[in-house]
Write a protein that binds this ligand. Sequence first.
Ligand SMILES: [Zn+2]
Ligand SMILES: [Zn+2]
Length: 279
Amino acid sequence: MHVKFWGVRGSIPAPGPETSRYGGNTSCVEVSIEDEVLVFDSGTGIRKLGLDLIKRGKKPIAVSIFISHTHWDHIQGFPFFTPVFMPGNAFQLYGGKTFSASLEECLDGQMQHPNFPVMLRQLPSTLRFHNLQEGESLTIDLNPEISNDPIHVTFERLFHPNGVFSYRVDYKGKSIVYATDNEPGGPEFDRRLVKIAQGADVLIFDAQYTPEEYPSKKGWGHSTWLDGVKVAKRAGVKQLVLFHHDPERSDDELDSIEAQARAQFAGTVAAYEGMELNL
Ligand SMILES: [Zn+2]
Ligand SMILES: [Zn+2]
């Protein structure tokens, strides 16, 4: 399992000299398993992933994209994901039905005239949408010449305005959890979070706020780095990745947050654009 971070910022892209080390692109994480590519969210980071997929030269490009939820910072890169403009490529898109619309309706909505010149239905590649239901799980079979072990993907709905799904990928005893945009939301949601993160090798977690900032941001749907540390300990995860950095957070502030979190949970790292993990 190979993980690469293409966008680690929350809420809105935050380019500039203060954020150049951690990066300004919004949420996008690639998980590669053998020759399968799974993508988590299509924030602006997905633009560069798309160019990289083309450069890798595999044709056609076939990728599974899992969307946590349809807030802008998780879908806004999709119209700039070049592989969807290439005939022959095929994409499986997974998401839950949010408050009032499906994933397809939300991606379609952001590409309507006059907001974008090309509409979703005009894209020449194949897009297949899957509306995930709570309690479901899915398996992705690999090319049998490569492996007979399937990839397992499970998900849990967590607490966030308009709803959010967290995802867990399991393959050959290794596991990674993508749990961005969630706020401690009472015993039921907290139980689900610990359940999906249980024993994971890597937990990618929403660490938008500091504990000092949180009281004035209560109800906005995000956690603190300290919440991440607590979940990592309770769920027995090996590595905690602080993710979805606040757009106001400078590189120096992120260095300090990483150090504070490490003092309480040694296996902590603050995600930066281009960071890679091998499991
Ligand atoms: Zn977000
Ligand atoms: Zn959100």
